[in-house]
Design a protein around this ligand. Sequence first.
Ligand code: PMP
Length: 387
Amino acid sequence: PYGRVWNFSAGPSVLPVSVLEEVQRDLLNYGGTGMSVMEMSHRSKDYDKIITGAEATLRRVLDIPSNYSVLFMQGGGTGEFAAAYLNLFASKAVREKQRQLGRPLSCDYLVTGTWSKGGMKEVRRLGGHPRVVFDGVGEASYTGVPPVNEWRLGKPEETAFVYYCDNETVHGVELPPDAVVDAVDPSVPVICDMSSNMLSRPINIGRFGAIIAGAQKNMGPAGVTLVIVRRDLLERDDDSSDAVRNLPSVLDWSYFDSTGSMPHTPPTFTIYVCGLVFKWAEEQGIRELERRREARAKLVYDEIDAHPEFFRGRVDRAYRSRMNLVFNLPTPELEAQFLAEAARRNMVQLKGHRSLGGIRVSLYNAMPQEGAETIVAFMREFYANNR
Ligand code: PMP
């Protein structure tokens, strides 16, 4: 129905049809209020139910411990690159550790692709001095992760936090669950960007310092960024410190925490749609979403592995993303032809990121198994006709 396509966009990306239908149904008159959620004051009782309900549902879906705060912020993943650094260095925990050391702490960055590199660059831009734990493998082309014994992690007493990206949306590198928290001293908070694989598998939240994630893949439309942060990291010892004074309100995790994510007008409609997606995710169950993501990705990777000289996967098997599957074809001409023929069959947004080229098949939560089957059938046929 609706003339919809198979949408393989890396983000903003496909959403569950049942959610879109509910949005459509309630668009002009939400729950008998006589207005759209878009037209509602964020300070109204009705809206309060929407935002607190969204948080409560997400807490159930991901089993978020009560000593973690859930924040809805703006500024995207990019805003949180800065926020993570600024908030940690303004925290009581980091400042006390810094006083004990007698000099500034460093922060450790695992660079597995575009987005973790982006996080690190933002710290440099703000005058920080991130330590590079490693920067890619395979001549920095980000095809995987080096063995843990080659990671150059700083000493725990010298390190404010360790940062990494769980799933690199551009390069298609995804870390196994807990790979990083297992390798890091438990006294050092791990900050993780889960923008593109959030809600696709269970997370041991209690092992993280903070998790940041833009909504526009598995959670909803663009415009809101989720932060899940351990509450002790929100404590401050000195509100007049430079670290706090250089922290804009819109990036201040503590300020968002103490105001129920409303120190200013939140992206009300986006949060509402995210709440519906969370409800949908709860109905499916996080284990089932994980099972489905594995099944969808396996179909496509099996096809890639059947003809590796034609479908040239670029990532080491152990780190292949289940969300963003990237590969090249033997020539750029064949890639262009692949995209054009796919589009004629209603399979769209398959073009690799502009920095890499090639093909990127994004298989987010809302992509049915049938979508993966459809593209695999097309890949088979394309191989047979062009090998
Ligand atoms: N992190 C990851 C993993 C991403 O995929 C993206 C964007 N797709 C970002 C961060 C940046 O997010 P934004 O565009 O919302 O700033």
